[in-house]
Write a protein that binds this ligand. Structure first.
Ligand SMILES: [Zn+2]
Length: 118
């Protein structure tokens, strides 16, 4: 499956994004925050991601080693995306696949990732 452009955002619409995403490469993670938030993540190079609404309005949540900068809406509380780095230092966006417009989650088959042990 090739990369495709998707739009999405938080629940109330304050934060919006467009991103090129390969939906065949999504993960769920068992780390403490993904577990609680139920995130399904798709990682994409930062160049393939742009925030189209609410720039600077997201609240940021950091924990553990502060590697991932979780972005959530201060109004509706939904985390639509996060920012981070690959092991090689390349800047990435992590899109919450659940926040893609009209996404049919039954067609998404995420790979479990053992973030809890990292
Ligand atoms: Zn919102």
């Amino acid at each position: 499956m090739a990369n495709q452009q998707y739009s999405g955002g938080c629940h109330c619409g304050n934060l919006r994004f467009v991103a090129n995403i390969e939906l065949s490469k999504t993960i769920t993670c068992n780390c403490s925050i993904c577990k609680k938030r139920g995130l399904i993540l798709a990682f994409t190079p930062i160049a393939d991601f742009s925030q189209t609404a609410g720039e600077g309005k997201a609240r940021e949540y950091l924990f553990n080693k502060h590697v991932i900068r979780h972005q959530f809406c201060p109004n509706c509380g939904v985390e639509a995306f996060a920012f981070g780095q690959m092991p090689d230092g390349a800047k990435m966006a992590a899109v919450n696949v659940r926040c893609i417009d009209d996404i049919d989650l039954d067609t998404v088959h995420p790979t479990p990732f053992d973030g809890a042990s990292r």
